[in-house]
Structure formats: C-alpha cells, structure tokens
Design a protein around this ligand. Structure first.
Ligand SMILES: [Zn+2]
Length: 292
C-alpha cells in the first residue's frame, strides 16, 4: 500500500475514533437515553482516555490533572477566595508575553505545550498579556478605575461611554449634568467600574490558573476583536486538548456573570477541559454536573 494511502486511512481512523471516545455527543440516541436515565452525571469524566494527534512533540503528562480539585477551583462574583489566597506554586512565564507575568506552575507547563503546538500550526501572532494577579494588584486596578470614572466628566467634559452604557443618559442628565455636578458619586462610579472590571477578591486571575491572550493587531487592548484572529480560531478548536477552556463564552453570561471574553482561557486539566469543550459547558455547569 502507498504511504499516502496509509496516511489517509490513519487520518480517517482518528477522525472516526475521536467523536466516539466521549459520552457527550448531543443529538445521538445513545446520549439522549443515557441522559434520561442518569441526568447530568454521565456528562463528566467521559473523555479521560481520549487520545489526540499532536503536530509537535507534546509532553502529555503535564496536561492532565486527574480531576484534581486544585485545578477545578471556582472563583467568580459569587464565590470568592478572599484577600489571602495565593496559588501554592507560581512561576514566571517564559513563552511570548507582553510583560513579566506569573502563572501557576502546572498551568504554565501546559501553556508551553500549547504554544509549541500553535507554533507548529503556524499560529505565531499571539502573546499572553495577563495571568496571575494578586488581590492587592486587582484592588489597586479597581480603585484606579473608580477614580477615572469619578473624575471623567470633570477632566474630559463628559461622562465615559461605560458610564452612559451602565447608568443611562437620562440618569446622568437628571442627577448630574442638569445639576451642574461633574463628579460621579463613589457609589455610581463603582457601579460603572463593576460593569467592566472584577471587584478585588472576585477575579479569576487571583487563582493563577488563567491567561489573557492578545495579538499584534489589537493595539494593546482586550476586545472582542480577538474573535477574528487566527489565534482565536486555533484556540477555539484546540485549547481543550491542553487543559484550557474558554472561560466566559458567548450566551452563558447569566451563568458565568461575565460578558463574552474570547481572550480569557482557564486551565482545568485535559480531562475536565475535554468534557467542558464537547459538552458546551461553563466551569460552573461542569462542577454542578460533577457534584463538586
Ligand atoms: Zn482575563
């Protein structure tokens, strides 16, 4: 048999094998039956034995966590970790970054493997712009934003677009502009800042398990424009193989509490990431199904 034929047969084999290895195949009769018999539970842990075909020499051992609770740590607006939480093991990233950045050690190892594979796929316009952020750092950032919003009108002649989006033009006119007040009250500034920034102690970045990606065309700001990049297209299809998930997907805002963030990826280990990816789940939904 010709080499090229063997290659095609191998590819067909893997293409056939992969979808069958998990239990989460929405729409198939088997899954519907299983779900009815045992709602929820069957959706977790189904992909543990999944094998992936990598283009580079990926070290798979650092991608798995054996569903360790440490890597399934939940931190959101409702479940906080407190000011004292610091990840047990942090390391400075040596992959492409926009500045000096720290990440939890296992999450960093998996990230390096992912960068290696992205590079092999020709995706090289991508950097990490943020990862671990301490409570103190987030606190400083949050207070900085509050002062910007408070003084925005006095400094720029009008309130910010975020203030208009959050508080409404009528509210700003009646309570501030008509009364000649150019400084937002602290309470109003806080409401505005909460619409785009996490309150100290509620940012997932404090876990040291997530990263924000950026590309050269984004002019240094994290926007949904990341959705149109080659890096996003690759991550969307492949991040789960390295234990990373899109943490704040579109259409799940009411569950995560955050607007869609195509640039924010969270390490949970390959087992959970695979279930979350194929099940179209959020971390919140996954943990609930797992009974965690
Ligand atoms: Zn982020």
């Amino acid at each position: 048999m010709k080499k090229s034929k063997i290659k095609i047969l191998l590819l067909m084999f893997f293409a056939f094998l992969l979808p069958l290895q998990g239990c989460i195949q929405p729409g198939t009769p088997e899954d519907t039956d299983t779900e009815e018999e045992n709602p929820g539970k069957t959706y977790v842990g189904c992909y543990e034995t999944a094998e992936y075909v990598y283009q580079s020499d990926v070290t798979e051992s650092c991608l798995t966590t054996d569903l360790s609770a440490e890597y399934l740590l939940l931190m959101n607006k409702e479940q906080t970790l407190g000011a004292d939480y610091i990840p047990a093991s942090l390391t400075y990233l040596t992959c492409p970054t926009t500045k000096s950045i720290q990440l939890e050690t296992r999450a960093a190892q998996a990230l390096y493997e992912m960068f290696k594979e992205m590079d092999a796929a020709g995706v090289d316009d991508v950097w990490v712009t943020s990862a671990y952020r301490s409570y103190e750092y987030q606190s400083g950032l949050f207070n900085y934003y509050i002062s910007l919003e408070t003084n925005h009108c006095a400094n720029n002649g009008d309130f910010s677009t975020d203030a208009y989006a959050c508080l409404g033009a009528e509210y700003l006119r009646v309570n501030y502009l008509d009364a000649g007040i150019t400084r937002l009250s602290t309470a109003d500034a806080r409401r505005v800042v909460l619409s785009y920034s996490a309150e100290p102690g509620t940012s997932e970045h404090q876990t040291g398990l997530c990263v924000d990606f950026i590309t050269s065309g984004m002019n240094g700001s994290l926007t949904v424009a990341f959705e149109n990049t080659e890096a996003f297209a690759w991550l969307k299809e492949n991040a789960y193989k390295f234990g990373y998930i899109l943490r704040y997907p579109k259409g799940k805002e009411d569950i995560t509490g955050y607007t869609y963030e195509p640039w924010h990826y969270r390490f949970v280990g390959r087992e959970a990431a695979t279930d979350i990816h194929f099940g179209n789940l959020t971390l919140e939904e996954y943990l609930q199904l797992a009974g965690a």
